[in-house]
Design a protein around this ligand. Structure first.
Ligand code: SF4
Length: 121
């Protein structure tokens, strides 16, 4: 039997969750105050994912950086690879909200998109 303690990130309450599982099958989740915590705990044990947010350098823009994020969650174990790819990116102004900055983040089908507009100088 394996056991892990988690803090739910579903809302600001941050419930302390406890998950027990064996051979990949979850036998007990406790500490959650709602279904979101249950879903979060199951996902954290089977396939943890996160939305990655960071910035990318901008050339000839009214700001030196533009904020970006993965369009959807990416596997947690792909985050550092994705950050390395994003770090090597530079975009030319203008950049608009929703522009695709990187088509396939870290070998996934998930794009990295701009979350801010940066005008050309
Ligand atoms: S279990 Fe529900 S109430 Fe508790 S932190 Fe998660 S989302 Fe919020």
């Amino acid at each position: 039997m394996e056991k892990k303690e988690l803090i739910c990130i579903g809302c600001p309450l941050g419930c302390m969750l406890s998950v027990e599982w064996e051979n990949g099958l979850i036998s007990c989740i406790s500490g959650n105050n709602c279904r979101i915590g249950d879903d979060y705990a199951r996902k954290e044990i089977s396939n943890p994912t996160r939305i990655l947010t960071t910035t990318v350098k901008v050339l000839d823009g009214t700001a030196p950086l533009v904020s970006v994020k993965t369009k959807t969650d990416i596997p947690k174990n792909k985050i550092f690879e994705c950050l390395r790819e994003i770090k090597s990116c530079t975009v030319k102004a203008p950049v608009h909200i929703g522009d695709v900055i990187l088509e396939k983040a870290a070998g996934t089908d998930i794009p990295v998109i701009a979350t801010k507009t940066v005008k050309k100088i």
